[in-house]
Design a protein around this ligand. Structure first.
Ligand code: AMP
Length: 273
C-alpha cells in the first residue's frame, strides 16, 4: 500500500472509500468490498472541518493515523490518500448546499453539517476522479445525499452502499464509540434494541411507539429522534411507503450516536441487518 498526500499522484479510475480516519471494522468492510470490485482501491483520511458545527467536536474527533494505515493495508487498500486541508480547500472553493434533505433529522440537529459533507465529497471526487465510490448505510441520510450529488454532478460515478457492521450486542461500530465510558457503552445498546423492537412491530404506529418507549427506559440516553422514514426522500413513512427505514439518534454524555435499520416492505417490520 502506498501512502500519498496528493491526489495528483493518483491516476483516474479507482474504487474510492472516503473516511475521516479512526478506522474500525466497519471501514475495513468497505475497503474489502472495494477490493472485491477493483485492483485499484483508494481510501482517504480527512477530518473535514466544514462538517463540524462546533470546534470542540472537531477537536475531540479521534485521530489514530498509524493504526489507520495498518487497517487500510490489511483490508486491501492499495493507496491511502491523506490530504492536507490546503489541497481540499485551496481558498476558492464554492460551498455546496445539500438541499431540503440536508436540513432535517441529522441536518436539523447539526446546522450546515450536510452542506459540509457534500462540499468535501464533491471536492474529493473532483480531485480523484474515481469510477466507483463506497459509502456505509450506517450514515443513511449521508448516503442518500451522496447518491443525489452523484446523480446531479458526477454522472459517470457509481455509488455503492455497504451494510452496517455491528458489535456482537448490536451496537453499530463508530469512531465515536471510543469516547463512551463503560456505563455509556452498556447504555448504547438501547439503540439496537429499539430498532429491533420496531422490526418486530406489526404497524408503523406501534413501531414508532416501541422505539420511543425503549429509548425512554434508558436514563443515560437522551433521544433526539426515533422515526420511520421513506428511504427515497426522508419523508415520514406512511403505510403506502414501499421502502421504509427506522432511524434513531441521540446523546450519551455528550457523544452523539446514530443508527438505522431497513423495514421489511411486505410486513411493515424490519429485517435484521
Ligand atoms: P466516517 O469515517 O465516519 O466518515 O465513515 C466513513 C465511511 O464508513 C462512511 O461511508 C460510513 O457510513 C462508513 N461506516 C461508518 N461506520 C460504519 C459501520 N459500522 N459499518 C459500515 N460502514 C460504516
Amino acid at each position: 500500500m502506498k501512502i500519498v498526500d496528493s491526489a495528483a499522484e493518483l491516476a483516474d479510475g479507482c474504487t474510492f472509500v472516503p473516511t475521516m480516519g479512526a478506522l474500525h471494522a466497519g471501514h475495513a468492510s468497505l475497503f474489502q468490498l472495494a477490493r472485491s470490485k477493483s485492483e485499484f482501491v483508494v481510501a482517504s483520511i480527512f477530518v473535514n472541518p466544514l462538517q463540524f458545527e462546533n470546534s470542540k467536536d472537531l477537536e475531540l474527533y479521534p485521530r489514530t493515523p498509524e493504526r489507520d494505515a495498518e487497517i487500510a493495508r490489511e483490508s486491501g487498500v492499495t493507496h491511502l490518500w491523506m490530504p492536507q486541508e490546503s489541497e481540499i480547500y485551496p481558498g476558492s472553493v464554492v460551498k455546496r448546499v445539500a438541499g431540503p434533505i440536508g436540513e432535517i433529522f441529522e441536518g436539523a440537529n447539526r446546522t450546515g453539517h450536510f452542506d459540509g459533507v457534500v462540499t468535501v465529497v464533491s471536492r474529493l471526487f473532483d480531485l480523484l476522479k474515481p469510477t466507483q465510490a463506497i459509502f456505509g448505510e450506517k450514515d443513511f441520510q449521508q448516503l442518500v445525499l451522496i447518491k443525489k450529488l452523484a446523480k446531479e454532478s458526477f454522472t459517470n460515478l457509481e455509488i455503492i452502499s455497504a451494510p452496517t457492521i455491528r458489535e456482537s450486542d448490536g451496537l453499530a461500530l463508530s469512531s465515536r464509540n471510543i469516547r463512551l465510558s463503560e456505563s455509556d457503552r452498556k447504555a448504547a445498546t438501547v439503540i439496537y434494541r429499539a430498532l429491533k423492537a420496531a422490526n418486530e412491530s406489526k404497524s408503523l404506529e406501534s413501531a414508532r411507539e416501541a422505539m420511543r418507549l425503549i429509548c425512554s427506559q434508558e436514563p443515560l440516553f437522551k433521544l433526539d429522534y426515533a422515526e420511520i422514514i421513506d428511504e427515497e426522500n426522508f419523508e415520514i413513512a406512511t403505510d403506502s411507503t414501499s421502502k421504509q427505514r427506522a432511524i434513531i439518534a441521540g446523546w450519551l454524555n455528550g457523544v452523539r450516536l446514530i443508527d438505522n435499520m431497513q423495514m421489511n416492505p411486505s410486513t411493515g417490520s424490519a429485517g435484521v441487518q
